[in-house]
Write a protein that binds this ligand. Structure first.
Ligand code: PRP
Ligand code: URA
Length: 207
């Protein structure tokens, strides 16, 4: 499954502000929501709809209603910065939470929380996790979701590294990745270069 590189100018305008080291948490949170709205709209472009009829004040009009059972799964903690944007666009969505934390020295992700909605087999599942670095967190989230029965899953992230893309493609070749940027690679500490630093710390001011 190819990476869907999102090229919308407003996405890249928001990404510029997120990358800028001088952006304070308040603006960082705002831009995280702005970019997530646009990325989510792209990731859900093919949602199924039913044709219905509504009455306007003037008369009947054909209309479309989304019929998909959308499930959004933020990867804690940083993915929470993207959740509200998805819920604005898909207010009917159900929400699962997965808590994963990378070890500061090994960069290996370990799970500390998971609560998923039931009946995922026919759901349209969207994982939101802003950074796809080694891919360890994304692969762990995908394993939890597929073990729980999810079959149609896409991953939305704000910056990806080639290593993370390769890890997801190797383990879950059917999962589409939506991102505006695949950066150069990882540094010795497994941070994305140039990336934007530690997303969770910048989002919540814990730097
Ligand atoms: C960050 C990020 C991803 C993960 C990506 O989370 O939000 O979940 O790192 O790295 P990987 O691809 O190498 O696994 P982090 O573990 O720093 O936790 P946080 O969201 O609580 O800050
Ligand atoms: N997590 C982050 O927040 N940033 C990176 O560059 C890598 C993992």
């Amino acid at each position: 499954m190819p990476v869907h590189l999102v090229e919308h100018p407003l996405v890249h305008d928001a990404l510029r502000i997120l990358r800028d080291r001088t952006t304070p948490p308040e603006a960082f949170r705002r831009e995280a929501v702005r970019i997530s709205r646009l990325l989510t709209a792209e990731a859900l472009r093919d949602l199924p709809v039913a044709t219905v009829t509504v009455e306007t004040p003037i008369g009947p009009s054909p209309a479309r209603r989304v019929t998909a059972d959308v499930v959004v799964v933020p990867v804690l903690r940083a993915g929470l910065g993207m959740l509200d944007a998805v819920l604005e666009l898909a207010p009917h969505a159900r929400v699962g939470h997965i808590g994963l934390q990378r070890d500061e020295t090994t960069a290996v992700a370990s799970q500390y929380y998971a609560k998923l909605p039931p009946d995922l087999a026919s759901a349209w599942v969207v994982i939101v996790d802003p950074m796809l670095a080694t891919g360890g967190s994304a692969v762990a989230a995908l394993r939890l979701l597929t073990d729980a029965g999810a079959r149609r899953i896409r991953l939305v992230c704000i910056v990806a590294a080639p290593e993370g893309v390769a890890a997801v493609e190797r383990a879950y070749p059917d999962v589409a990745i939506y991102t505006p940027a695949v950066d150069q690679g990882l540094n010795a500490h497994k941070f994305i270069v140039p990336g934007l630093g530690d997303f969770g710390d910048r989002l919540y001011g814990t730097v």
